[in-house]
Design a protein around this ligand. Structure first.
Ligand code: ADP
Length: 243
């Protein structure tokens, strides 16, 4: 197994409060990993430390063989680390495809000339097909439904051509059929070579998606293994499921 992300003994404090204690996590290239845990267990803090939004107090984080512990967020993104946000914030008055073309032009293509606009348009169209949103390409983003907004958020993250995609509750508040739709899209993205970490409260979705599940409780990893084993673990059931 080739490691893509290695979280090595990471500790994170907020003043006197320790939100993460000695967290160790090794994610292989191509893996589909589920990250679960009750509210306040440290999931968001962990992904903020990985993406560089928060500095860590102790330990190290390596990505694709390089130490990224002290790299700025944008440099981690450039190295291939992407994430989605729980509440997507597109430019509402711009169309769906324009929302994607802004980062594609400026980040990927840099120069905004006619040739690059065409390239950005074609790449954005491809992305929208991958997230099954091509039929809404010309709609203002402000008119999108919840599930369509989540798809646009996924396309935005994938536009950066990530090696690792961390999905922060990409399915919260969606109907069952829509959850399955997002799961199918994530499976496709994973088949195309993107390693995916799913942080999610909807356990059926995590179970269906993940090859491995990690459970955080009070800032510590209490279980790391095959989905069925993690769900059967008494400590997980007590901490997470309340039984
Ligand atoms: P989860 O995502 O699993 O719900 P969080 O990572 O948001 O958990 O929070 C973990 C713990 O860290 C919680 O007790 C929360 O109150 C605390 N926490 C998170 N962010 C901050 C912050 N910026 N300042 C102080 N405490 C924080």
């Amino acid at each position: 197994m080739t490691s893509l992300l290695k979280v090595d003994n990471v500790t994170k404090r907020f003043g006197g409060f320790t939100a993460l204690t000695d967290v160790n996590l090794d994610i292989a290239k191509g893996e589909r990993l589920g990250l679960i845990g009750p509210n306040g267990s440290g999931k968001t803090t962990l992904i903020n430390c990985i993406s560089g939004v928060l500095p860590i107090e102790a330990g190290a984080i390596a990505f694709d063989g390089a130490d990224i512990s002290k790299l700025a967020t944008y440099r981690r993104a450039k190295a291939g680390l992407a994430r989605t946000f729980q509440i997507p914030k597109p430019f509402h008055s711009m169309t769906v495809i324009e929302n994607l073309m802004v980062p594609l032009e400026y980040i990927v293509h840099r120069l905004v000339d006619a040739k690059n606009q065409n390239a950005a348009h074609s790449e954005a169209s491809d992305l929208l097909r991958r997230v099954r949103l091509a039929d809404r390409m010309s709609a203002p983003a402000g008119q999108l439904s919840q599930v369509e907004l989540r798809k646009l958020e996924l396309a935005r993250a994938v536009a950066a051509r990530p090696k690792l995609l961390i999905c922060d509750e990409a399915m919260a508040g969606l109907a069952t059929k829509e959850v399955h739709e997002i799961l199918d899209i994530l499976m496709d993205l994973n088949s195309s070579g993107i390693t995916i970490v799913m942080v999610e409260h909807i356990l059926q979705a995590v179970m269906r998606f993940s090859q491995r599940i990690v459970c955080l409780t009070a800032g510590r990893i209490i279980c790391d293994g095959a989905p069925a084993d993690v769900m059967a673990n008494p400590e997980v059931r007590r901490a997470y499921l309340g039984s």
